[in-house]
Write a protein that binds this ligand. Sequence first.
Ligand SMILES: Nc1ncnc2c1ncn2[C@@H]1O[C@H](COP(=O)(O)OP(=O)(O)O)[C@@H](O)[C@H]1O
Ligand SMILES: [Mg+2]
Length: 228
Amino acid sequence: MIQMFSVSKTYPSQITAFSDFYLEVGAGEFVFITGPSGSGRSSLLRILFGAEKPSSGEVIVNGIRLTQPGFKKAYQVRKMMGIISPDFKLLKDCNVRENISFVLEVMGYPPKAIKEKVYQALILMGLQEREKDSILSLSAGEQQRVAIGRALVKDPALILADEPTSILDDEMTGRVMTIFSELQQKGTTIVFATQDTHLIQRYPHRTISLVAKREGGAEGNGEVRSEG
Ligand SMILES: Nc1ncnc2c1ncn2[C@@H]1O[C@H](COP(=O)(O)OP(=O)(O)O)[C@@H](O)[C@H]1O
Ligand SMILES: [Mg+2]
């Protein structure tokens, strides 16, 4: 599902998020990306959904080479992805239901299927009572749940989740982890960036640890397997 070969990312500010990074993720794998603040987790995910271009190296997602010269069709690759951003990227002028149904409307689903799928997503995230509420009237945790529901409603083959449970309580975090595990068992690939080492201990999966930047750029990024 994901192949990254010798990928480096240096921002115009000359900050290097990571360099010479290799990663392969098979279809149906669940992978944690962890590491301290500023170690490059979000940069890595943004490269995988084509919001950021690497400075060098090759990135292939679902057989599509995002790094081919002149590639401008990241939006097509994103169709098969459920993306959860740390800042949620919700439509502030729309209500909860509209934020979730919008994705399916863009994809051309028939109205009846949209109604059914959105209903299921609302139930899944415990938002059925809030469907007509505006995004701005929700707590941050509720907004995060909308963002997760919106990512899941399109049955993505790949979920790219950047700190998706950062402000959820233990019960809702457990619920999200159960949903993700069930999706993985059905073949969904999940890349989950988190700083939360307790979460990784509690739900052991293959874990990639990014190291904090040192002078001269990141070195020694590597893979550890969580126990259990
Ligand atoms: N848009 C950007 N412009 C310049 N530097 C950035 C940008 N985004 C991230 N960085 C820098 O790249 C490094 C990695 O950031 P990030 O990927 O957000 O790490 P993490 O998600 O692990 O906290 C940090 O030093 C950060 O300051
Ligand atoms: Mg981040």
